[in-house]
Design a protein around this ligand. Structure first.
Ligand SMILES: Nc1ncnc2c1ncn2[C@@H]1O[C@H](COP(=O)(O)OP(=O)(O)O)[C@@H](O)[C@H]1O
Ligand SMILES: O=C(O)C1=C[C@@H](OP(=O)(O)O)[C@@H](O)[C@H](O)C1
Ligand SMILES: [Mg+2]
Length: 168
C-alpha cells in the first residue's frame, strides 16, 4: 500500500505523513527531504542555484525512484509535485492519493511563519502572501482534485484522519 499526501504548501502533508507512517507501521518519506538529501542542500538553495525547472525534474525522478523501491510507504509530496509531468496520474496508478484541502486562512497563518523555508514565498508580505495562496491554489486545484480521497476537515485527530483515508 502506497499513500501519497498532496495539497498546497502548509496543508500539513509533512506533519500528517510522519504520524501516519508511524501509526500504520510503514516507511514514511518526505519528497522534499529526499531531494535535499540527494542534492546535499536545501530546497531553497536548489531553487536559487539550479532553478525551479531543475528542482521539478529531480522531484519527478525521486518520486519514481522511491515509488519503485517501496510497495508500502507514506510519501508526503511537495505542494507542486502533482502539478508537473502528469505526476498525479502516476501516483494514482501506483497508490492512494490523498488531498489535504486545508482552508486558505489556515494555510495563511501557517505560511506567514514559514515563508523563509519555501522559495516560492520569499519576499511576499502578508497581503501578497494571501493573494498568492488564493491564486496559486485555484490554479493547482485541477491537479489536486484528481486525488482519490479529499480531506476538508483541518481539525482531525490521527484516528479520524486514518478513517477518512480508508473510508471507514
Ligand atoms: N493539523 C495540524 N495541527 C497543527 N499544526 C499543524 C497541522 N498540520 C500542519 N501543522 C503545522 O503547520 C506547518 C506546515 O505544515 P507542513 O506539514 O510542513 O505542511 P506541508 O508539508 O503540507 O507544506 C508546520 O509547522 C506544521 O507543524
Ligand atoms: O508548492 C510548491 O511548489 C512547493 C512546495 C514545497 O513543499 P511543501 O508543500 O511541503 O511546503 C517544496 O516542494 C517547494 O518549496 C515547492
Ligand atoms: Mg512539506
Amino acid at each position: 500500500m502506497r499513500i501519497y499526501l498532496i495539497g498546497f504548501m502548509g496543508a500539513g502533508k509533512t506533519y500528517w505523513g510522519r504520524q501516519l507512517g508511524q501509526k500504520l507501521g510503514i516507511p514514511f518519506f518526505d519528497l522534499d527531504e529526499l531531494i535535499e538529501d540527494d542534492a546535499g542542500k536545501s530546497v531553497n538553495s536548489i531553487f536559487e542555484e539550479e532553478g525551479e525547472e531543475y528542482f521539478r525534474t529531480r522531484e519527478k525522478e525521486i518520486l519514481y525512484m522511491v515509488t519503485e523501491s517501496h510497495d508500502s510507504m507514506v510519501l508526503s509530496c511537495g505542494g507542486g509535485a502533482p502539478c508537473f509531468f502528469n505526476n498525479i496520474d502516476y501516483m494514482n496508478q501506483k497508490g492512494i492519493t490523498v488531498w489535504l484541502n486545508t482552508p486558505i486562512d489556515t494555510l495563511l497563518s501557517r505560511l506567514k511563519e514559514e515563508k523563509h523555508t519555501r522559495p516560492l514565498l520569499k519576499g511576499l508580505d502578508d497581503e501578497a502572501l494571501r493573494a498568492y495562496i488564493i491564486k496559486k491554489s485555484a490554479d493547482r486545484r485541477i491537479y489536486y482534485e484528481r486525488a482519490k480521497i479529499k480531506i476538508d476537515d483541518d481539525n482531525l485527530d490521527l484516528d479520524n484522519f486514518i478513517k477518512l483515508i480508508f473510508n471507514e
